[in-house]
Ligand binder design. Structure first.
Ligand code: 3SK
Length: 520
């Protein structure tokens, strides 16, 4: 069990402690050709914290932070938390209507925004009920009449004591991008944030202050916030930011900043492999020791290809925005079985229950995952949803897993990705992993399509590799490939070729959208 003092501020732990303990000259953030040390980070966070306070932001206030992956995003979130506020990082692709829902739902009092992303804030502004201040980081010379980020920094003092927050005070709020319904705010305390670092990161990654975490998950995605903010700063290590998710920028950053732990999602790793087949020859990637993958299941094919090209293991993990980070994973120092997600992260317990009765299932049986540990699902102002996803102290993230005899947990599908056809239960992702092995296939999503006779049939939406040509012959080849590798009833009776798959801001395939198209 993890114990924290009653009075604790996450920023004191992530930044000030390192300066106090003599690590002030360590690089905290690498960005392009800039290096920001812990001491510099502390000073800038202090200035922004004082500036926000000067504008009237108080402990407990929610402040929206809207940036690409740049240092200002980290500085702003830390400044808000240091004065006792709640940082609410927002996905940069959000449109005015979506922002309006989030800002009003959270009753945010201020917005700190990169000037490139100001337009949607301005479009939403007339409808924002609680925002008193907008602070703009001017990087592109866009005209505006709001507070200037740099101007505020310049005028503020660089001395600031961390606010005396309690461990269960809120520090971070992240809206779940969700595939259906209005986004909900998942809320996290100072203790939750430290607990993800002191469980998953400490035991599965064993970081040291020499590590450099790098990668392209967006910071407003809980996975990105943990990998690129909380974990590196918890261990006095460094984070390497890239503003765009481009795989070439990532390879350049690995070489320039000496990234040792590379974080991405399966699509990101596949893009590196397909767009930069000579990556390890063209770039110095010798600093890499480990890759982290989440967001959607990593297939054994991607695991093997990356290992063979880059010589590192990709640690797949499953987490949720609500749980804040990963709760099932392998550890960096164990033999990885890429067909399983791994074991419960130390500190977390997992069990598999019957989705209908809630009763515990035996090992080997597929059912709903229930998890409990140092973080749990808590929503801002959604009491009914809260009850639905918490049962007897266990959180129910909504995934179907099997726990094998050896204790490893094997992902099957989302609760709603299970295709039921002629009485057979068919997990869509299992079929996807096999179709993805076909040499002509670049990406695939499998959903259930309504069928008079069978209830549902398996349908595959397939994006082809350059040079491959669609047609009946290829459909039959893909179907036979599945029949040869899985129980034949799992083969896709329908295959549709597409130019691209619909994805959420965090890169997850929108299977719900595909499913809905089938139901029209
Ligand atoms: O998608 C995941 O597996 C994940 C991992 C860590 C944090 C958040 C999420 C959604």
């Amino acid at each position: 069990e993890l114990h924290y003092p009653n009075q604790i501020n996450v920023v004191d732990e992530l930044v000030d402690r390192h300066v106090r303990e003599g690590r002030g000259d360590n690089v905290a953030i690498y960005f392009e050709d800039r290096e920001i040390t812990y001491e510099e980070l502390q000073e800038t966070v202090n200035r922004m914290g004082n500036a926000l306070r000067g504008l009237g932001v108080e402990a407990g206030d929610r402040v929206v932070v809207r940036f690409p992956n740049r240092p200002e995003a980290i500085i702003s979130c830390l400044a808000v938390q240091k004065i006792g506020g709640v940082a609410l990082p927002s996905m940069k692709l959000l449109r005015a209507k979506e922002l309006e829902h989030i800002v009003n739902d959270a009753e945010a009092s201020a917005i700190v925004v990169y000037d490139d992303l100001l337009r949607e804030v301005e479009n939403a502004l007339p409808e924002l009920e609680t925002v008193d201040d907008v602070i703009v980081a001017e990087r592109n010379g866009i005209d505006h009449s709001y507070h200037s980020y740099d101007g505020l920094l310049e005028d503020a003092s660089d001395e600031l004591e961390a606010y005396n927050t309690e461990r269960d005070d809120l520090a971070l709020m992240l809206y779940t991008s969700g595939t259906t319904g209005q986004p909900k705010g998942a809320i996290h305390t100072h203790r939750n944030m430290l607990a993800t670092a002191d469980s998953y990161a400490r035991y599965c990654l064993e970081p040291t202050e020499n590590d450099v975490f790098g990668g392209n998950p967006p910071l407003p995605f809980a996975y990105g916030y943990g990998d690129l903010v909380t974990f590196p700063l918890r261990f006095g290590a460094s984070t390497s930011l890239v503003e765009d998710a481009d795989p070439g920028d990532l390879l350049e950053a690995i070489e320039a900043h000496g990234v040792s732990i590379l974080c991405s999602i399966p699509t990101g790793f596949n893009q590196i492999l397909s767009q930069y087949p000579d990556g390890p020859d063209d770039y110095d990637v010798s600093s890499l020791r480990l890759g982290l993958s989440a967001g959607e299941p990593l297939t054994p094919t991607t695991f093997e290809e990356f290992k063979s090209e880059y010589g590192i293991d990709l640690l797949d993990g499953i987490g949720t925005t609500e749980m804040l980070h990963i709760f099932i994973s392998h550890r960096h120092d164990e033999e990885i079985d890429p067909s399983a997600t791994g074991y419960p992260v130390p500190g977390y317990e997992c069990k598999i229950i019957d989705p209908d009765t809630g009763e515990d299932l035996e090992r080997g049986e597929a059912g709903l995952l229930a998890v409990r540990g140092p973080t749990g699902i808590e929503y801002w102002d959604r009491p009914e949803k809260q009850l639905e996803v918490n049962q007897d102290g266990w959180s129910i993230p909504g995934d179907i897993f099997v726990q094998r005899e050896d204790g490893r947990l094997e992902y099957k599908s989302r609760d709603d990705d299970l295709i039921i056809s002629s009485g057979y239960n068919i997990p869509g992702p299992e079929v996807e992993a096999v179709i993805e092995e076909h040499e002509s296939v670049s990406e695939v999503a499998v959903v259930g399509s309504p069928d008079e006779q069978r209830g549902e049939v398996v349908k595959a939406f397939v994006v082809l590799n350059d040079g491959a040509s669609e047609g009946d012959e290829l459909v039959t080849e893909i179907q036979n490939h599945v029949k040869n590798n899985l129980a034949p009833y799992k083969y896709p009776r329908e295959v549709e070729f597409k130019n691209a798959l619909p994805r959420t801001d965090t890169g997850k395939i929108r299977r719900t959208e595909l499913r809905q198209l089938e139901r029209r």
